[in-house]
Design a protein around this ligand. Structure first.
Ligand SMILES: Cc1ncc(COP(=O)(O)O)c(C=O)c1O
Length: 472
């Protein structure tokens, strides 16, 4: 695979620029990205309706991923997921959706006026959403008419994978499209010892971020389309509506390069990451820290685990995940993806080096030793520290809530009220409340348990938006 967009932009660099953008290719930022930040010119093609180099790159990418058609999103998997759903499911039709889906899925339901059939994810013994049960999907198909598709997230943010083959079989039986949020799985294609990829398992629309494990810039993503249940041109039209009309060439070049790099080196990289994973597991054997994946082996809904994710149970440490995450940063300058009351998630990727992993191992061993010296009592093996609430009752559709009067209400006092906004912990960006949902005790307790400042929709005075009521 040649770097075709890169070459086209490089070729254009020599010209005197009397076109947008205003920096004219001269370095204003000190970072130098202006060098490749150009616009649609003769030779650089147009992302909205590609006929030149972008068209060729999309063709190469589709071949690599075995898709019928691939699209680049410069607005992340977020826009890709919205386009994928809205291009496949029409207003008023139903889509089966695990309630813990990323906020982009909820955005698509909102803008597409699509009726969700929410199902609960499967939780592990500690309370983390780690999979979905095909039996719940089958029940949803049986109990609902007009279901045109199912949306799944695979692998999850934590790297766990569901029984995607079984889910595909159900989709075939009920003639429904399988849409897969594979934001965390753009690498799976490149090494057969990793979990099966969404396209290989029969996904009709598969959306991948290329900036999470692959090396593209943030916002780089791909939408892959397969099979006749989906409407490729509708998805393309939605993606064009959702994206900027001035797509970033640095992002497009980085998507192109990230796929090319994986095509050439991905197998080796993923073998390395797998070895790093095994090494962490081996080195932590004599500490109290455990790989979360080992704890999930007896769950038959969890079919596989992505070894690029180091998801660690640090329940043996002083104040566990929260303190461990902070100490890793403050003492060892290691920034992990997320930590909570019980676990730490360290994500590896195209840029991970063995020395990074060695530094993590050294730090974790030191934290373990410190906890032992301080006589810390490990948390009991199954102590739940995260309690995700169930699916809140729906009082009205989110768009019906739009035009109603709203006010702010202290979280503690919101029991029994109807949510007026989205409450979204970041990361991972999964809403715990959407507009029109009834606020119950479990939801309030869950929001209270989250790290301060990490929750979108909860203001600095601990207030959330509700429908009606008087502003306080
Ligand atoms: C499961 C999942 N889906 C979708 C997204 C959105 O991806 P992007 O950041 O590429 O828009 C994320 C982002 O973190 C995610 O974790």
């Amino acid at each position: 695979m040649d770097k075709k967009i890169f070459n086209a932009v490089f070729q254009e660099k020599k010209n005197i620029k009397f076109h947008m953008p205003g920096h004219k290719g001269r370095n204003f930022s000190g970072a130098g990205w202006e060098n490749f930040d150009t616009t649609e010119l003769q030779g650089t093609d147009n992302l909205r309706e590609p006929k030149g180099v972008i068209h060729e790159v999309l063709h190469d990418i589709a071949q690599i991923y075995h898709a019928d058609r691939s699209l680049i999103s410069v607005n992340g998997a977020t826009a890709g997921i919205m386009a994928g759903i809205m291009g496949t499911i029409s207003p008023g039709e139903k889509l089966i959706v695990p309630r813990n889906s990323h906020t982009s899925v909820h955005n698509a339901l909102y803008y597409g006026r699509i009726s969700p059939v929410f199902i609960e994810p499967v939780y592990d013994k500690l309370g983390y959403p780690v999979s979905i049960d095909p039996l719940d999907i089958e029940k949803a198909f049986r109990e609902n008419e007009n279901v045109k598709g199912i949306m799944i997230t695979n692998p999850t943010y934590y790297g766990t994978c569901c029984d995607i083959h079984h889910i595909k079989e159900l989709c075939r039986r009920y003639r429904a499209a399988l849409i897969i949020d594979e934001a965390h799985g753009a690498h799976l294609e490149f090494n057969s010892s990793y979990p099966v990829s969404g396209l290989e398992a029969g996904g009709d629309v598969v959306i991948q971020s290329t900036h999470k494990i692959l090396s593209s810039l943030n916002q780089g993503a791909l939408v892959h389309i397969k099979n006749d249940l989906t409407h490729g041109s509708r998805i393309t039209a939605h993606l064009n509506r959702l994206q900027t009309s001035s797509p970033s060439y640095p992002i497009m070049i980085s998507v192109e390069s990230s796929v090319k790099w994986m095509y050439e080196h991905g197998k080796m990289l993923l073998d390395d990451l797998s070895r790093y994973y095994d090494r962490v597991e081996e080195e932590l054997k004599f500490t109290g820290i455990n790989m979360m994946a080992d704890r999930l082996k007896d769950m038959d809904t969890v079919q596989d685990f992505d070894k690029s994710k180091l998801w660690l149970d640090v329940g043996c440490l002083q104040k566990a995940g929260i303190d461990a995450g902070r100490e890793l940063l403050e003492t060892y300058h290691i920034q992990v993806e997320i930590y909570d009351g019980r676990t730490v998630l360290a994500m590896m990727g195209a840029g991970t080096k063995s020395e990074d992993v060695e530094a993590l191992i050294t730090a974790l061993k030191a934290l373990d030793l410190k906890a032992k010296r301080q006589g810390n009592m490990p948390m009991s093996k199954n102590k739940t520290t995260v309690k995700f609430p169930g699916i809140p009752g729906k009082i009205m559709e989110p768009w019906e809530a739009d035009s109603l009067a709203k006010s702010k209400c202290k979280l503690e006092a919101s029991l029994g009220k109807v949510s007026g906004g989205y409450i979204i912990p970041y990361p991972p960006g999964v809403p715990v409340l959407i507009p029109g949902e009834l606020i119950c005790r479990d939801v309030i307790e869950h929001i209270k348990s989250l790290a301060p400042g990490s929750v979108i929709g909860l203001d600095e005075m601990d207030r959330i938006e509700i429908i009606g009521g008087e502003a306080i």
